[in-house]
Write a protein that binds this ligand. Structure first.
Ligand code: GLA
Ligand code: ZN
Length: 685
């Protein structure tokens, strides 16, 4: 695509701009432009919540104010990311067409209010979004300031109205063709649940059915598909009228888990957007984890979003100071704004965009951090921090579009996540699927090795090492994909609670699937659950490590045993094994362990692989180093995620991007300090 975004040489800095809140304050709108220039802000996202300002009464449109803002921004050299306003609709619409409002799982119609409170199936809502989207595309499609489309805002949630029930049944008919297939797949003979008429099928409800796992899983898949369908509806005319303007929609991530938004399968959604963007709100300086712990979670999410298209992405929202919705909304300490902004770029972001440009005067987000505070001052710390970030982003702009090259992948699957969380069994409070993925990821973050986070169906050819923890649900096709990867020379790590159900959430009969038995050289006989107070241990290379939560009993067929359980019924039985197969090798970790085991385990297996970061001679687990590369250059981001001075040693022949001078090879870093370096590809492999 040869478009303005691709031609844009700057990294994007700026954020959500809501002039509709300030239309009767012309002085403030004038100040905004001056302050945007002053803070090196070059991009605004406009229009997410402008519907009632654009269409104050049905069919009567007012674009004058938006014309002026778009022209003004363009005149100061700014880009516009133009949103469609479907994230919140005007009151007149809910009043006249109540069908646009959502129905909850108890079949209660919601009242007008909040946002994201609309039915994705409603014909009226679809028609109304079509009309306004088309008008926006026709009016602004040719405007030279428009950089990108921002469709809706943080799509999410579900609706259980009659339209949605109808769409769900249609989706199911398309999938199962006959009711008999559906009954079999959902195991409806249990509790006399078999359906004899499609109209008997309903979405899950706390007033009705919540325990049919196949239904729950299909409902979640349907909700993703229906959301994507609504998005495709939104972009239909936009694509036609403005074929060269790229399209994004802002995805969400939950840094605490850490995981992208739980109810939408973004691996599916990602195929329909041109550029991935996401909204990131970590709770820096909290009192329950170290800065490095939190940083590694943000890194995990950045890597996940980058991996969705395996190219650079955008941070569409973040806060320059605090949010307003945490228990404690702490402001960033000096240095943290630059560090946290550069971290996203280090993992592949080409932007730092904020929510929001100017703090609202009233309503629910009036205390949410913003670039401009209520004092309208250019002197306060947040404003100055933002300005500094803008300056640095200008100096490092050549990073834009460069990519990361990962030889390690961790597998995450929404279907598996949904099914495992929904399963009744195991231990409800220690399932910890995403936390477990993050524990494995943590080793690579600590050692500055780049990781992709991918679905199990992804092409695995480019990876040396694939880590697939806790694949409770795995389809036969995905098993085949893993087998081929290993046969062709890959190294695969699998763990306890793998290969239990297929994609219909039906248990694999006859135990551990045969192909997995061959792959890992074992049979899994049993899975034991540990209370949080219970302890077992495994031994590995002359050390003992604590086992937590889950422990498989393994029968070895062909594998070589690397570790044995120490106590309990499994005492002296194999806990960790390895199997040579084809040109590759597998490892099976039978139990959840304390982190130190993973540290020593990956040190052990990485001896065979050259995965270390070539920049670093002596690193530090709290100093993260991430690299991106373009055709001629490698960019290295050295980030001190601690409250202490740190020293690390790097290879020679590296330049500092900010000073333009050759870098020292001993880097003395102050707390939260960042260095951005580069090297030429020809000198540095
Ligand atoms: C989300 C929304 C924004 C704003 C922020 C506040 O990301 O998209 O409109 O509400 O949260 O943190
Ligand atoms: Zn609905």
């Amino acid at each position: 695509m040869n478009n303005k975004y691709e031609k844009e040489r700057r990294l994007l800095h700026g954020g959500d701009y809501s002039p509709e809140q300030w239309l009767s304050y012309p002085d403030i709108l004038a100040d905004d432009l001056i302050m945007m220039k002053d803070t090196h802000s070059n991009t605004v996202s406009l229009g997410m919540f402008s519907w009632s300002a654009l269409e104050p009464t049905e069919g009567e449109f007012n674009f004058d104010w938006l014309d002026k803002i778009i022209n003004d921004i363009y005149k100061i050299g700014g880009n516009i990311i133009l949103a469609t306003p479907s994230g919140a609709r005007p009151a007149w619409m809910s009043q006249k067409y109540p069908e646009v409002l959502r129905t909850n799982n108890k079949r209660e119609k919601m009242l007008h209010g909040g946002r994201h409170n609309h039915c994705y199936s409603s014909p009226v809502y679809r028609e109304k979004t079509s009309i306004i989207n088309k008008k926006l595309a026709e009016r602004y499609g040719e405007h030279p300031g428009i950089l990108m489309w921002h469709i809706s805002n943080e799509y999410g949630g579900e609706c259980h109205c009659n339209y949605c029930q109808e769409s769900f049944r249609k989706w199911l008919k398309n999938k199962y063709i006959t009711l008999e297939n559906l009954n079999n797949s959902w195991w409806n003979s249990f509790w006399s649940h078999s359906f004899t008429d499609w109209l008997q099928v309903e979405s899950p409800s706390s007033l009705g059915e919540e325990n049919v796992h196949g239904l729950n899983l299909d409902w979640k898949r349907f909700v993703t598909d229906q959301t994507i369908d609504f998005y495709k509806h939104e972009i239909k005319d936009i694509r036609k009228i403005t074929p060269t303007i790229p399209i994004t929609t802002n995805f969400m991530g939950d840094v605490n888990k850490p995981a992208p938004h739980g109810s939408t399968d973004y691996h599916k959604f990602a195929k329909h957007v041109d550029i991935i963007s996401w909204d990131c709100y970590p709770n820096w300086h909290n009192d329950y984890e170290s800065t490095a712990d939190l940083a590694s979670k943000v890194a995990f999410l950045d890597d996940h979003f980058r991996s969705m298209k395996k190219k650079s992405f955008l941070i569409m929202e973040s806060t320059p100071s605090s949010v307003n919705w945490q228990d404690f909304n702490k402001a960033k300490r000096p240095g943290m704004h630059l560090l946290s902004s550069i971290q996203h770029i280090a993992h592949g972001s080409d932007s730092n965009l904020y929510f929001q440009w100017r703090k609202s005067r009233g309503s629910s987000e009036k205390f949410h951090g913003a670039v401009i505070d209520h004092d309208n001052s250019t002197e306060n710390r947040v404003y100055q921090d933002v300005k500094f970030v803008g300056e640095i982003m200008e100096r490092i702009k050549s990073v834009k579009g460069s990519n990361k090259n990962s030889k390690v992948a961790i597998i995450y699957d929404w279907n598996n996540h949904w099914a495992f969380e929904d399963s009744q069994g195991f231990a409800s409070s220690t399932k910890k699927y995403t936390e477990t993925l993050h524990e494995h990821y943590r080793y690579f973050w600590n050692h500055d090795i780049s990781v992709d986070i991918i679905p199990p169906s992804d092409d695995l050819d480019n990876y040396d090492l694939v880590i697939a923890p806790m694949l409770y649900l795995i389809s036969e096709d995905d098993i085949e994909n893993l087998c081929n990867f290993v046969k062709n020379g890959g190294i695969l790590v699998g763990t306890y609670i793998t290969g239990i159900v297929n994609e219909f959430d039906l248990i694999y009969l006859n135990g551990f699937p045969e192909k997995l038995q061959k792959l890992f050289g074992i049979n899994r006989i049993e899975n034991d659950i540990l209370y949080p107070t219970e302890r077992n241990e495994l031994s590995f290379e002359n050390n003992n490590y604590k086992i937590l939560d889950y422990a498989d009993t393994i029968q070895v067929n062909k594998a070589e045993v690397l570790s044995y359980y120490k106590n309990d019924v499994s005492s002296n039985k194999p806990a960790v094994v390895t199997n040579k197969i084809g040109k590759g090798r597998t490892y099976y970790i039978g139990a959840r362990t304390e982190y130190t085991f993973l540290e020593d385990f990956y040190n052990f297996i990485l001896v065979q692989l050259e995965l270390s970061n070539p920049l670093i001679k002596v690193g530090d687990t709290e100093v993260s180093v991430q690299s991106r590369s373009s055709l001629h250059k490698n960019y290295h981001f050295v980030m001190n995620f601690s409250e202490n001075n740190k020293t690390i040693e790097i290879t020679n022949g590296i330049f500092d991007m900010v000073s333009g001078k050759k870098s020292d090879f001993i880097l003395n870093l102050k707390p939260y300090e960042v260095r951005i370096l580069y090297s030429y590809n020809k000198d540095f492999k």
